[in-house]
Design a protein around this ligand. Structure first.
Ligand code: PLP
Length: 452
């Protein structure tokens, strides 16, 4: 094996990291993660790190699950790979589809498998347009997303997402993607009651539909809780009103459950937590707890009936759509979440405990808001509470706070100036105490170092 210095040198020489500031990486070098167990990672120096982000919001069942290794080995021995093209199927893909239909809200009765959340959302774009073409309304092409929504990194998923800087790279934006503001009360409605703000924020969708022309709008997409875009928890009434507006105009409602799915918000899906009845839902991450890449599009009867009855063939698919080994691991992962009651635990016990502990940070001078649901929480930093002013340039202070946490061996992410936590669902109370105490100390450090 190599020394840390050797790993770093090789990494710097050859890897183009995703979502990484190359200059900062070159200056500091990467931290080499070599193994993991439970909620902990170990780096190449043997230092233990508490993973408060479950990787990238995905290792819901925690690391070191022997059952998942065994499930993969069994499936690879029997049938490592086959596909779902041209009228073939495999038992793990059939069983997983059945299980997902059972767990997701009623009416989502069909599944299209992909390898990543990005591909799932990209698939949705083609599927939705194909649906409207088959319904003889091909002019319904526009998909409305939200500012700071994140739906992935393919060209089309980036266009559908609302990440400003991201959308300016790589020849984007594409036509026929529009965006409304996300329901961020701290920014857009601090003086409104949550209920009034919820109604107002949903009203932005109605305004956009009127501006675009209702006959041109194909779908609206949103994450039940916006994750990478700042941990935006919807205000009361928001989703009910969005649902009503979509129904009123016959617009398809798509829930991106890539982060919120598989227990993250205390129910199996964020759609259940917020009472959303989507026509289409995308899943990834927690579907396999990140052990293998797999994602899925859950398709409701309205769309699947048209695709099947009128369509003939949806000319779309990936070599690894429904990869049997990934499906076998996902099935076993779901069975772990069920067996250990992890979803109920998030809702009834450990989620409320995390929020209660974070509430204790509310009086810190840097803390503008504490928000979250289940094991998905954000602490937004603010420059001046009385003046309600934010940091500029945005993200610098959050990044510093994140780096303090990481040097103290706790992974907490900064999305701009919001400190974000989404630990594995197996995290204990003691481990939450450690995570929140580390954040508290990092906030103190960050506060001390602020330029006056
Ligand atoms: N949708 C949401 C809400 C996400 O958070 C992500 C990834 O973070 C994606 C889609 C993209 O998924 P993937 O990275 O698997 O392509």
């Amino acid at each position: 094996t190599r020394s840390t210095a050797e790993w770093r040198a090789l990494d710097a020489a050859h890897a183009l990291h995703p979502f990484t500031d190359y200059k900062a990486l070159a200056a500091e070098g990467s931290r080499i993660i070599t193994r993991a167990d439970g909620v902990y990672l170990w780096d190449s120096e043997g230092t233990r790190i508490l993973d408060g982000m479950a990787g990238l919001w995905c290792v819901n069942a925690g690391y070191g699950r022997r059952e998942l290794v065994d499930a993969a080995a069994r499936q690879m021995t029997a049938l490592p790979y086959y596909n779902l093209f041209f009228k073939t199927a495999t038992p793990p893909a059939i069983e997983l589809a059945r299980k997902l239909v059972e767990l997701t809200p009623a009416g989502l009765n069909h599944v299209f498998f992909t390898n990543s959340g990005s591909e799932a959302n990209d698939t949705v774009i083609r599927m939705v347009r194909q649906y409207w073409a088959l319904e003889d309304q091909p002019e319904r092409r526009v998909i409305i997303g939200r500012h700071n929504g994140y739906h992935g990194s393919t060209v089309a998923a980036t266009a559908m997402g609302g990440m400003g800087a991201m959308r300016r790279q790589g020849g984007l934006p594409l036509p026929d993607f529009e965006h409304i503001r996300e329901p961020n009360r701290l920014r857009y409605g601090p003086d409104q009651s949550p209920e009034d703000f919820g109604r107002a924020a949903a009203g932005w969708l109605e305004e956009a539909i009127q501006a675009i022309g209702p006959g041109r709008v194909a779908a609206f997409i949103g994450e039940p809780i916006q994750g990478a875009g700042g941990l935006i928890v919807p205000p009361p009434g928001y989703w009910a009103e969005i649902q009503r507006i979509c129904a009123n105009h016959g617009i398809l409602l798509i829930a991106d459950e890539v982060i919120c799915g598989f227990g993250r918000t205390g129910r199996w899906f964020g759609s259940q937590t917020f009472d959303i009845r989507p026509d289409i839902m995308t899943l990834a991450k927690g579907l396999s707890s990140g052990y293998l890449p797999i994602a899925a599009v859950m398709v409701g009867d309205r769309v699947s009936r048209t695709l099947i009855d009128k369509g003939g063939e949806f000319i779309h698919g990936f070599t690894y759509s429904g990869h049997p080994t990934a499906c076998a691991v996902a099935l076993e992962n779901i069975s772990i979440l069920e067996r250990e009651g992890l979803v109920d635990r998030v809702r009834e016990d450990i989620g409320p405990f995390l929020m209660e502990r974070l509430e204790g940070l509310r009086d810190h001078p840097l803390v503008g808001e504490v928000r979250g649901k289940g094991l998905m929480a954000g602490v937004e930093l603010i420059r001046d509470k009385d003046q309600h002013s934010f940091f500029a340039p945005v993200g610098r202070v959050g990044t510093r706070c994140r780096d303090h946490c990481f040097s103290n061996n706790v992974v907490i992410r900064a999305v701009e100036d919001t400190m974000v936590m989404a630990p594995p669902l197996i995290i204990t109370r003691d481990q939450i105490e450690t995570m929140v105490d580390t954040l508290a100390r990092a906030l103190d450090r960050t506060q001390r170092d602020l330029p006056r």
